[in-house]
Design a protein around this ligand. Structure first.
Ligand SMILES: Cc1cc2nc3c(=O)[nH]c(=O)nc-3n(C[C@H](O)[C@H](O)[C@H](O)COP(=O)(O)OP(=O)(O)OC[C@H]3O[C@@H](n4cnc5c(N)ncnc54)[C@H](O)[C@@H]3O)c2cc1C
Length: 344
């Protein structure tokens, strides 16, 4: 990668959906695996801390980043193989996730329709096994290619090696900060098999008088629901769901249910997944402001930037909510976005 494509004191303000101000000491957006490998072998990458940035929709920038921010910018989508039931599709890390999903539907490659309108890049989708409306990446993921940060060498990861779980993968655990994902492969369906069990989707389709929806109609329903319920980062800064839904054992759930009969929860294997939004709402935070930040008026789980917020404002609000929910319910809320820069 040419030295002139590394920028200094580069503003990340427009590169994170919360709209938080922060400078990267160095910034580069390599558009090929070779450029990325060359960058990783450079003096700069060896001397300074690294941060990998996709679409910036699941990060909180708590302050300036004192090292090199790398934003993978590789593009390309191709069909690798057509089998009796599947299309094997490969997409480059720098593709915009929602555009990729819409492209697959237009080609007649099915399965990702419920994941429409999730912000971010293709390269980040395996990191937290993105999911919505009863579908997760793990359902259609095949494998990925990544560059090891330390050596610059390419490695392929199978589905099993990614160790997907609820909003989790090996890349958030022991391999965190060790690989940069450059290409992701999916096994998409030739024959539509829409998943419309979610009440919201059923209602949206019923309201439109659609009995046998096509994948595109399911995608359109998901887009309409999301546009109604979630704030668009283009209008009001946010990082989507701010906390993971906490998973508790059955005994704790039963105790909570006894005290709070209306508690919202879903089975998760042997355990129960509590609706974090319900807990935050019950604690009185829905729509409440704390300085320039607050909980979104239509969805307590989404924290928003009302204008001029800094990372510290967001973290102070998050901590206040966590402390309150802990005190009322004895449940620990874990933040979903990753915090970079500042004191963290
Ligand atoms: C309005 C809104 C709604 C959302 N709804 C959902 C939802 O329904 N379901 C859901 O699961 N998520 C949701 N999210 C969260 C977010 O969209 C996803 O987590 C998305 O995958 C993040 O992608 P990104 O490219 O923006 O990653 P970033 O926010 O840039 O990065 C997230 C993490 O991934 C790492 N990373 C990014 N790219 C790479 C790469 N190529 N290689 C290695 N590491 C990388 C970063 O270092 C960082 O740790 C929502 C966010 C918003 C703002």
């Amino acid at each position: 990668m040419a030295a002139e494509t590394v920028h200094e004191n580069y503003s990340l303000g427009s590169l994170n959906t919360f709209g938080l101000p922060a400078l990267a000491r160095f910034f580069a957006a390599p558009d090929s695996e070779q450029a990325l490998q060359a960058l990783l072998c450079s003096e700069l990458a060896r001397r300074f801390p690294l941060m990998i940035l996709g679409g910036g929709s699941n990060v909180i920038l708590a302050g300036d980043f004192p090292g090199l921010v790398i934003q993978p910018a590789m593009k390309g989508i191709r069909c690798l193989e057509t089998t009796e039931q599947h299309y094997r599709i490969e997409a480059a890390a720098g593709e915009v996730w929602h555009d990729f999903v819409q492209y697959t539907l237009a080609q007649g490659w099915y399965g990702l329709e419920n994941l429409s309108l999730i912000p971010g890049s293709v390269g980040a989708c395996p990191i937290q096994n993105i999911g919505a409306y009863g579908v997760e990446i793990t359902d259609f993921f095949e494998s990925l290619t990544a560059v090891e940060i330390k050596t610059g060498s390419l490695r392929e990861f199978t589905h099993a090696e990614c160790r997907f779980a609820y909003r989790d993968s090996v890349f958030k655990q022991e391999l965190a900060d060790r690989y940069i994902i450059t290409r992701v492969r999916f096994r998409l369906l030739r024959k539509p098999a829409v998943r419309v069990a979610y009440g919201d989707i059923q209602k949206e389709l019923a309201d439109k008088g659609i009995d046998h929806p096509s994948p595109q109609q399911v995608a359109d329903a998901v887009i309409a629901i999301r546009q109604r319920k979630l704030p668009s980062p283009a209008v009001i800064g946010n990082a989507g769901s701010f906390f993971k839904n906490p998973v508790v054992d059955r005994a704790q759930f039963l105790r909570l249910q006894e005290q709070h009969p209306a508690i919202v929860a879903y089975p998760q294997g042997e355990e129960m997944k509590l609706a974090a939004g319900w807990l935050i709402d019950q604690a009185g935070w829905k729509g409440r402001r704390m300085g320039p930040v607050g909980s979104y008026e239509k969805q307590a789980l989404v924290l928003v930037n009302h204008g001029g917020a800094r990372g510290a404002d967001v973290l102070a609000l998050a901590q206040a909510i966590q402390a309150d929910v802990w005190q009322r319910f004895g449940v620990q809320l874990e933040m979903e976005p990753r915090v970079y820069g500042g004191a963290n």
